[in-house]
Ligand binder design. Structure first.
Ligand code: PLP
Length: 416
């Protein structure tokens, strides 16, 4: 029998159809069709998210958890079903492990202050890597100042790769916590987190993974990764801003004191003594971002309607195409050449400052990010003040990347 006949039919990812789900992609910027290549900073919202937030605001808004009236119960049900959706998306064991926070930054600060601060003693160590976002550096520096603990930084190489052996060599008897990115926002590097987590676990080191750049591009499964904490922001995965997730292993969260005090996180309050609410509410003091959580639930539900394996394969194809197109430009240097990368390319162009480049590209309707990408130690390492960064998701096209290439050439010609 002809083997082709037995193969399942693999349809190419229908990017043009998917683009119709994102109304903003139809707009023009400076009379050019928008080419939105700044998804690493924030992705756009599909209609499903816009509609879910709109429906909540129009028909169901009220404060949650405390009302007996219908609107409050509806809002509570929507908010809590968003938590269930997150739980399923990341395959957490329990909804008690899914805490809603403002975003990645707040999640890391929560772990630093609620998990690390009470535990750390002078001389203890927190291990991070050289390519972290400031959000995964500064909260640890703050807790080091508060406790006398030490920040230890694992190196990266000239390709922007972090080698597991180099991190493992720094795991010592005083290492209390490993905090590392899953994917670097400045370079695109995918870190060997599975191995790092196994090594940390074998040594009794608690781990936190900054998944802000990973969650849009790969399946993230808490039970198979088996990390202690995993954090991400909704707005990078097609949800509104101001909402994110701290996943924490239930046994650890149970032992941690609350971070912020206030309404909703308590069971009883008197002036003598307060008792705290159960998980996950113990960590959600005050009125949360209800519409944001509902939007996040809708974003993850939307992802459930598309062929994610095909979408991720398309993103990888975009990375290869962009790498090829940009490498052919004279005077352009790609910064971050790790063997395994997510769909993001950082680059520098001779004699053109990244900000000038960004401004010229904007005139052509192309949105990229320029600057230090909240990763100044990475810029220092490569001796650059800034890079330009084009970051792609499944709604981007080859044609947009070709336009990026042409526009970069035009900018370079202007500065020669
Ligand atoms: N970590 C990484 C790897 C990021 O890319 C970002 C945002 O760019 C953050 C943390 C911070 O995320 P947020 O500003 O949504 O809290």
């Amino acid at each position: 029998m002809n083997s082709a006949a037995t193969q399942p039919l693999v349809l190419p990812f229908d990017v043009m159809r998917v683009r119709q789900d994102f109304p903003i992609l139809a707009r023009e910027v400076h009379r050019q069709p928008l080419a939105y290549l700044d998804n690493g900073a924030s992705a756009q919202r599909p209609l499903a998210v816009i509609a879910a937030v709109d429906d909540y605001e129009r028909h169901h808004h009220a404060n949650i958890h405390r009302g007996v009236h219908t609107l409050s119960q509806e809002a509570t049900a929507l908010y809590e079903s968003a938590r269930d959706r997150v739980m399923r998306h990341i395959n957490a064991r329990s909804r008690n492990e899914v805490l809603f926070v403002r975003g990645t930054t707040e999640a890391i600060n929560l772990v630093a202050q609620s998990y690390a601060r009470p535990l750390l003693k002078a001389g203890d160590e927190i291990l991070i890597t050289h390519l972290e976002h400031h959000a995964n550096i500064v909260p640890w520096q703050m807790v080091c100042e508060q406790t006398g603990a030490k920040l230890v930084v694992a190196p990266m190489d000239v390709h922007g790769e972090v080698h597991a052996e180099a991190v493992e060599a720094l795991m010592g008897p005083r290492t209390r916590l490993l905090a590392c990115a899953h994917v670097s926002n400045a370079l695109g590097t995918v870190l060997p987190v599975r191995r790092l987590l196994a090594s940390a676990r074998a040594r009794g080191i608690v781990s936190l993974v900054d998944g802000a750049q990973a969650i849009p591009h790969m399946d993230v499964d808490m039970q198979s990764l088996a990390c202690d904490f995993y954090v991400f922001s909704g707005h990078k995965v097609y949800a509104p801003t101001g909402i994110g997730v701290l996943y924490g292993r239930e046994a650890l969260l149970e032992r941690m004191p609350p971070w912020q005090g206030g309404g909703d996180m308590i069971l009883t309050v008197s002036f003598e003594r307060t008792t705290y609410n159960a998980l996950p509410y113990k960590f959600e003091a005050g009125t949360p971002n209800i519409s944001g959580a509902i939007g996040l639930g809708a974003a993850l539900a939307y992802l459930g309607t598309i062929d994610l394996a095909a979408a991720h394969a398309h993103e990888h194809a975009l990375l290869l195409h962009a790498t090829k197109v940009l490498s052919q430009i004279e005077g352009l240097r790609i910064v971050g050449t790790a063997r395994e990368k997510a769909s993001l390319v950082s680059f520098a162009v001779d004699a053109v400052h990244a900000h000038d480049l960004g401004t010229i590209l904007d005139q052509d309707g192309i949105a990229i990010r320029t600057g230090h990408h909240c990763a100044m130690p990475v810029m220092d390492f490569f001796k650059l003040p800034a890079t330009a960064r084009a970051s792609f998701v499944f709604y981007n096209t080859y044609e947009e990347i070709d336009r990026l290439g042409a526009s970069v050439r035009r900018a370079r010609a202007m500065f020669r």
